[in-house]
Design a protein around this ligand. Structure first.
Ligand code: FE2
Ligand code: FE2
Length: 161
């Protein structure tokens, strides 16, 4: 595997673990409010991000390379409102999509077909991730200061988690 692609994949492992950290942090915020459906949703997202990191980890091993795990930044721990937390999640997913696309373009440029095919799963996954994050953020904005509606939304998202 080309050195640039190897570096980018290791970097993406870090990003996926960071996503897991961020969503755990948001989950903990919601647990404390308490909005337990949202908390459950973000805990599930955190587990999924861990799985994404492990998919990349396994791919590097499958290519007979050693994984270079990197330091993970601390996520934001305080949130002013549910809206801020959902907005942050959406912005983060957009960044992840951008990073995945960058690695994919690099794989095409370097003619690493195996990596390009491997990354297609992540490209499809990001469509789903951005859709969910956008829907959640739109709904939270729609609910506004209506506490009864917020409670219903919390219950509904909890059922999906
Ligand atoms: Fe992810
Ligand atoms: Fe994600």
């Amino acid at each position: 595997m080309n050195e640039k692609i190897f570096k980018a994949l290791n970097e993406q492992i870090k990003h996926e673990f960071y996503s897991s950290y961020l969503y755990l942090s948001i989950s903990s915020y919601f647990e404390n409010i308490p909005l337990e459906g949202f908390s459950k949703w973000f805990r599930k997202q955190a587990n999924e991000e861990h799985e994404h990191a492990m998919k990349l980890y396994q791919y590097i091993l499958d290519r007979n390379l050693h994984v270079n795990l990197q330091a993970i930044d601390a996520p934001q721990v305080k949130f002013k409102s549910p809206e801020e937390a959902f907005k942050l999640a959406l912005e983060h997913e957009k960044k992840v999509t951008h990073w995945i696309h960058q690695i994919y373009e690099l794989a095409l440029k370097e003619k690493d077909h195996a990596t390009a095919v491997f990354l297609q799963w992540f490209i499809t996954e990001q469509v789903e991730e951005e859709k969910n994050a956008t829907d959640n953020y739109d709904q939270i904005k729609f609910v506004g200061d209506d506490r009864a509606a917020l409670y219903v939304l919390d219950q509904e998202l909890g059922k999906k988690a």
